[in-house]
Structure formats: structure tokens, C-alpha cells
Design a binder for this molecule. Sequence first.
Ligand code: ADE
Length: 227
Amino acid sequence: MRIDIITCLPRLLEGPFSDSILKRAQEKGLAKVELHDLRKYATDKHHRIDDYAFGGGAGMVLMIEPVANCIRELKSQRDYDEVIYMSPDGQLLTQQVANELSLKGNIMILCGHYKGVDERIREHFITREISIGDYVLSGGELAAAVLTDAVIRLLPGVLSDETSALTDSFQDGLVAPPVYTRPAKFEDMEVPEVLLSGHEKKIEDWRFEQAVQRTEKRRPGLISKSK
Ligand code: ADE
């Protein structure tokens, strides 16, 4: 899978993709993340990428030309399954959305900034808009990093034990059950006995029960949604 990210702050995104799982996924050739600096696509001599909003009002708007130039250049190199705009008024990112996007081949992501992007970009170039939550970030970069992480970790072979993505919270409409590791007893705090029993079926049943109880208590909305 290939993800192209268009941003005016590429440095903000270099960190998340050069470490840990995202780095390894790229080294293994399972995913490729490319950053594109919007400023390189500016058309005037000052390399402007933003301008005042027509009609007035505070805040700058990303200009249509650099964004359109960049999207068109990328599209001339390959076909894209989605051109996504990160925006607080987009579709809420859920595990289901991440699962769906992980099945695509090439994705382009545009990070918004300032007051947003010229609306004509959203109307004519963007196929999908995604929000990572009902709050406003300074720009779409961190949101794009969240989306990219959520998608890439689902690709077969990215996680060392493939089943671990399948047992994540939300994959079955439930949050994950509690987990423990050694030592089995710390001060007077003990690990539930069943997990030490070696009885696979009992452990599986206990985990499922715990996941259901946790979901009912912490995220009751998830259960009613999956019914
Ligand atoms: N840009 C600013 N806030 C955002 C959010 N919540 N989700 C996606 N992109 C954003």
C-alpha cells in the first residue's frame, strides 16, 4: 500500500513514520509513505501557499493552485483509490473506516491548515473527508499521522503476530479485555487465576466476558451500535 501525504509542514510528519511499526512496515516493503511539501507546488515567486479569504474574516486559506498542482502531479504518476482531506467536519475515523482503507492500494491525504483549503479543492479533487474526533487541531498533519498508523498496522505482515490486529479493541465491536504480565504477584496485587491456569478455552471465555463487561461499563454505545 502507498500513502502520499500533502502537507505544508512535512517536518511535523517525519517523526511518526521513522520509528517503530510504521518504519518497519516500510522497511519490509509492505507500505510506502511519501511526504509532499506543498510549498514546492506554489506558482508565484514568493512561494505562497495561503491567502486571505474572499469576503474577509480572520485566518488564511490554502490556495487552490499549489494544492491542485500537487494532486494532479501525483495523479499523473498513478491511480488513487481515495483522495482524503483531513478535516474536523469529515466522517469520524473508526476501526471500520481504518479496516476499509487498509484494503486500498494507493491513498492520497491532504492536510488542511489555517482556516482550511479553498472549497473548490474539496468539491473537485477530494473523494473523502475524515475527522479524527470532535475537536480542532492546528492542522491536519497529526490527524493524517493517526489515520496512517491506524491503517498501516492492519496490513498483513506488519504486526509480528498477525492475529494481534484482529484482537484489538473495536474489531468485534468490543473494547479489549485486561492484560497482565510477570510477575504474577506484585505486593498484594495478583493476576486473575484463570490466566495462569493454562486452560485455553477457559481463558478465551474469561477474556470475552471481560471485554463484554468493559464495553458495557465504559463504552455502552458500542454495543447498541453493533446490535
Ligand atoms: N484538522 C483539524 N482538526 C482535525 C480533526 N479533528 N480531524 C481531522 N483533521 C483535522
